[in-house]
Design a binder for this molecule. Structure first.
Ligand code: FAD
Length: 490
């Protein structure tokens, strides 16, 4: 039997392990933490349970496929339900907007709250769908880089210039060209943050992202987001994948341009192939110190990171739902702070996720578990302790103002995650959430491929490589790697 080694048990590492195991490989996963999941973990504190990382669940079919392909019934492992309300929005001028999943209901609500009409909304969402349909199979579901060996620079440029993809303007320019109401523009601009980018820099093609929410829907996993990790880990175990926790891989062993296995301290573990689920930057820096690194790819700007307060709140807020956004008054300045000044704006957009809205057991009776997050720059040695203190004050002021309730006295428990701890807990370079940012139109072509061009039998999965960050794309990276492995080994 051929042996495969996977470095890291993030969501992409788990998906890759499952798929390669299904091809008959003996699969061993080495994970430096005591637990699987990487960024997708959970936290228990004084009667409150929190999902630590991802909170928005889209494209459940990518998870479903893993169970189908493994010949298992998903119901035995994982259940989820569709959300009717996607997100509640609060603006500084007092506007409140509920984004419904049902498109007609969404458009009706939008026309009653914003200065717009049904037709404009429906047209925007239709265009969002067509952009997704046009590009998903080329950009997301395949190894773009195997393809791009056949694509010349001219062809890539031609694709980038297709007017219908809106690559030559920013998402904000695109949205401002469609809608006049600045509140609605801000609503559609926000989708840039789904891959950690700025709406003022990321290209207009990102207007396909609303289609993921409105077209495919948003979902909630029974038991919270952590059930995704738990169920994939259990599936991998049931299929016979072996896991080694608290085992940090120190080096990928290469001889004659071929990956031979890994080194863990003094131990050598041999294998026929190696997949790294570690962020691509430290993979080269730490695990492949003797190999020439692809400088251009690795020097891409990173996506944003996050500052998160996990608060146990001694009160219930009926005006909030699972996902809630409290918008900044000056969105442009907020993103300039994140991507130019590499600092934190004093009126940040605040995202509050409350899983106890769906999963009562996540908080004591009459209480709520608030996951309070703002987007911040990656860790470049800023004064995080001071930033944290100021950010907390600003967040409390803003949320208290918009909810008309003093929040601070209601906080029963507190935990904090910042770019430093995201980096140290998951090895993500600078603590970025989604690998490199999509702040330019060639970003899709500049992500690292899912294989090594120089070293045979070495593959890469996860949010820092093609096709990108976020659970759905990480799962797709696992699929692409398994397809490459299948081709290379049969
Ligand atoms: P990671 O989760 O980065 O895990 C990598 C694993 O590899 C870690 O467990 C690490 O310990 C291990 N590892 C690294 N190096 C080594 C080594 N040398 N030896 C052994 N093990 C090693 N996505 C969404 O879809 N929706 C959201 O709402 C969302 N919100 C987010 C909010 C936050 C706060 C964060 C942090 C992320 C969010 N994301 C969201 C992004 C999403 O979490 C990530 O894209 C995804 O989980 C990354 O998975 P991954 O497979 O790349 O690996």
């Amino acid at each position: 039997t051929k042996k495969a080694i996977i470095i890291g048990s993030g969501i992409a590492g788990l998906a890759t392990a499952i798929r390669i195991r299904n091809q008959g490989f003996e699969v061993a996963v080495y994970e430096s933490n005591m637990y699987p999941g990487g960024k997708l973990t959970e936290l228990d504190q004084q009667g409150y349970r929190f999902d630590c990382g991802p909170s928005l669940f889209t494209m459940p079919q990518f998870i479903e496929n893993l169970f189908i392909e493994s010949g298992r019934s998903i119901k035995d492992y994982f259940q989820y339900s569709k959300k009717e309300v996607i997100c509640n929005y609060f603006y500084e001028d007092g506007t409140r907007f509920t984004a419904f999943a049902d498109i007609d209901k969404f458009a009706k609500e939008a026309t009653s709250v914003f200065d717009t009409d049904m037709k404009s909304i429906q047209k925007y969402l239709k265009k969002s769908k067509s952009k997704y349909d046009l590009t998903s199979s080329l950009f997301l579901e395949n190894s773009l880089h195997k393809l791009s060996t056949y694509l010349t620079t001219d062809t890539i440029k031609a694709i980038a210039n297709l007017a219908s993809l809106d690559l030559n303007k920013s998402l904000h320019e695109f949205n401002s060209g469609v809608f006049e109401d600045s509140r609605l523009v801000q609503f559609f601009d926000r989708f840039a943050t789904y891959n950690g980018s700025s709406p003022y820099l990321t290209p207009g093609i990102m207007s396909m992202i609303p289609h993921l929410e409105q077209g495919y829907g948003t979902f909630f996993p029974k038991g919270g987001m952590y059930s995704i990790t738990r169920s994939l880990y259990q599936l991998a175990i049931d299929l016979g994948v072996t896991f080694h926790f608290e085992t940090k891989v120190d080096q990928i062993l290469v001889r004659h341009k071929r990956a031979l296995g890994v080194r863990i301290g003094d131990l050598v573990k041999e294998s026929d192939l190696v997949v790294s689920n570690m962020d691509i930057v430290p993979t080269y820096k730490k695990l492949l110190p003797d190999q020439k690194a692809p400088k251009k790819v690795l020097s891409q700007n990173r996506s944003s990171s996050a500052l998160i307060f996990y608060w146990g709140i001694r009160k219930e807020f009926p005006e909030m739902d699972l996902h809630n956004i409290f918008f900044s008054k000056n969105y442009k300045e907020e993103f300039e702070y994140i991507f130019d000044k590499k600092q934190v704006f004093d009126d940040p957009t605040v995202y509050i996720n409350i899983s106890s809205k769906n999963e009562k057991a996540d908080a004591p009776d009459g209480c709520e578990n608030w996951f309070v997050m703002i987007n911040v720059p990656g860790n470049e040695g800023q004064e995080w302790d001071e930033i944290l203190r100021t950010a907390k004050e600003n967040i409390l002021k803003k949320v208290s103002r918009l909810l008309h309730v003093d929040i601070e006295p209601l906080i029963e428990t507190e935990e904090i995650l910042d770019p430093r701890s995201i980096e140290s807990k998951t090895q993500s370079f600078q603590g970025s959430l989604y690998g490199s940012s999509s702040n330019n139109k060639y970003a899709a072509f500049l992500r690292h491929p899912n294989f090594s061009r120089k070293i045979q039998n070495l593959y890469f999965c996860g949010g820092s490589v093609h096709p990108g960050g976020g659970i759905p794309l990480c799962l797709l990276s696992g699929k692409i790697v398994s397809e490459l492995v299948k081709k290379d080994f049969t």
